[in-house]
Each structure stands twice: as C-alpha cells, then as structure tokens.
Ligand binder design. Structure first.
Ligand code: C2E
Ligand code: MG
Ligand code: MG
Ligand code: MG
Length: 276
C-alpha cells in the first residue's frame, strides 16, 4: 500500500473492498481541504472538427493532486463530491479558472475558442446553479460564444420540467448546453427532442466498439437523429484512425480523443492554440 501511495496512482481494480472503502473515506476527508488549498487544477482537451481537423474548442476537466492522497481521478472524487454536497464548489472552482483563462486571453487579443465545463446533474438541478453561473460569466465578462456547459444525463436525477426551465433560461441569454455521455444514462428519446440542448456527446463506450457492425448502426442512427433535431454531435474517446475514419464516413462533425490529443495543462493548451 505504501509504495502505491508513493506512486500516487492507485487503480480501483488493484484494491480489495476494505482498501476501496478506506480510499473513499480518505477522499471525503481531504476534499474540503483540497478545495480550500487550491489543490485542483484544470486540464483542457481539444475538440476537433472531423472535416478540417481544426480545433473548434476545448473541454475542461478537473484534476486533483493531493499531497496526502497523490493524484485522485475524477472517477473517484466526483462521486464523493456529489455524495458529500461539495460538487457545487468543485464545479464552480473549475468554471472560475476557465473564465479567468478566457478573460486573460481576451484582454491580450489572442485567438479564442469556446471552452465547455462539466456540471454535475446534482449541481445543475440545484437552486443556485443558474444564478451562480450567470454572475460568474458577468464577473469575467465572458460572452456565450466562449463558454459551454456539459451535463451528464442521469436517470435518477432526471427532472424534465426543471431541465427544460434551466435550459430555456440559459438559451434565452445565448448560453448553450450539451448532453454528455449520451446513450448510457438517458431514459427516453422523446425527452431529448423536447429539451433545448444544442449538442449531443456520444459516449466513449459506443465509439470504442464502433468497428462492430451493430454498434456502427447505433452510432449512425444517433448522428442522423441529432441532425434531424438540428443538434450538433460530438464523438467522445476516439483512439484509433479506424474509429476516426468510420465517424467521418457516418457524417459525425466533431470528435475528441487520445487519437488527437489527451487532456493537457492550461499552458500547453495555450501553446497549442497560439501555434495555429
Ligand atoms: P466526461 O465529461 O465524459 O469527460 C471525458 C473523459 O474521457 C475524461 O476523463 C477524459 O480524460 C477521457 N477521455 C478523453 N478522450 C479519451 C480517449 O480517447 N480514451 C479514453 N479512454 N478516455 C478519454 P476524466 O478527465 O477522467 O473525467 C471523467 C469524468 O469526470 C468526466 O467525463 C466528467 O463526467 C467528470 N468530470 C471531470 N471534470 C469535472 C468537473 O469539473 N465537474 C464535474 N461535475 N464533472 C467532471
Ligand atoms: Mg464532458
Ligand atoms: Mg460526463
Ligand atoms: Mg462524456
């Protein structure tokens, strides 16, 4: 255990259930401290136009390095933050860093692309989200073309009326939202058609097995559906040239994945953006 902690990388799959429980407790214990002590940073992953290979935006992904716990992945700390009521703070912290990044680039007259932040459904449906979001974009003077919202659809939390109300309020001011991890958690297609999301992000698990003919058909159907609903569509987790070319053939307009770029620190993303 000691050497694992020193390596700062602990895989769930390597741990027994006692260790998992202990790790979860440690994460819960350190979360508030980590938030207060600025242990969280942002990485950015480019979103690529599959027709031109150009960078059309970035997705912001939270990273946590705790001197006590080492690197903690979002797969570990996001669920903990959701359970312990700390998720709003984590999301807002990341949002603030992204807005500041955009604000500085704007004031320097540098090339700008939109950045999408992930908002937990727990946070999205909470009373404070819209108010907090709007006051922050105003504080940093960031217009709707430069900031996007990604919400993972969650069956347990799904509230059609509330979702529609929030999305309409944001849309009215020009702010656009995406459904993240599409295909995994969404209960009904008829809801999709009635909710004013502007973008669908197809979950990585579908792209991962797109060379399978059934999965190929499923992804193609999602892309066609999105087109009918006039929604933009993004493939997540493109890792191979084969997946890339299948998606191009299907007519999927955008994608993200290790095949193009892994998520990278802000400075690296800046250099990339400034080099094109
Ligand atoms: P997501 O929003 O669906 O983000 C995509 C995840 O897939 C990221 O994992 C990204 O690093 C990973 N990824 C991108 N391309 C590839 C690829 O080609 N192959 C593979 N295997 N993975 C790829 P990450 O950064 O570990 O984040 C996991 C999830 O945690 C995110 O899924 C998102 O739901 C959540 N998350 C991350 N940051 C935040 C945040 O600030 N707030 C909230 N509420 N959730 C966040
Ligand atoms: Mg996302
Ligand atoms: Mg997600
Ligand atoms: Mg996703």
């Amino acid at each position: 255990t000691k050497s694992r902690l020193q390596n700062s990388v602990v895989s769930y799959f390597e741990m027994g259930s006692d260790e998992i429980i202990q790790r979860e407790l440690n994460i819960l214990n350190q979360l508030q401290f980590g938030i207060q002590n600025e242990e969280f940073t942002v990485h950015l992953q480019p979103k690529i136009n599959l027709n031109t290979d150009e960078i059309e935006g970035f997705e912001a992904l939270a990273r946590w390095y705790s001197p006590v716990l080492g690197h903690v992945s979002p797969a570990e700390f996001i669920p903990s933050a959701e359970k312990s009521g700390k998720i709003n703070e984590v999301d807002i912290l990341i949002l603030r860093k992204v807005l500041k990044f955009q604000n500085v680039r704007l004031s320097r007259g540098l090339k700008m692309v939109p950045i999408a932040v992930n908002i937990s459904p727990v946070h999205f449906y909470s009373e404070t989200f819209v108010k907090d979001f709007l006051s922050l974009v105003e504080e940093y003077e960031i217009t709707p073309d430069l900031i996007k919202i990604e919400v993972t659809e969650s069956v347990e939390l799904f509230d059609f009326r509330k979702a529609k109300e929030i999305l309409l309020e944001l849309n009215e001011l020009g702010y656009e939202s995406s459904i993240d991890d599409f295909g995994v958690g969404f209960s009904s297609l008829s809801y999709l058609q009635q909710l004013p999301f502007s973008e669908i992000k197809i979950d990585r698990s579908f792209i991962n097995s797109i060379n399978n003919s059934d999965m190929h058909a499923v992804v193609q159907t999602i892309v066609q559906l999105a087109e009918k609903l006039r929604m933009h569509v993004v493939a997540e987790g493109i890792e191979t040239p084969e997946q890339y070319s299948i998606l191009q053939q299907i007519g999927c307009k955008s994608g993200q994945g290790y095949y193009f770029h892994k998520p990278m620190p802000l400075e690296e993303a800046e250099n990339l953006l400034d080099s094109i």
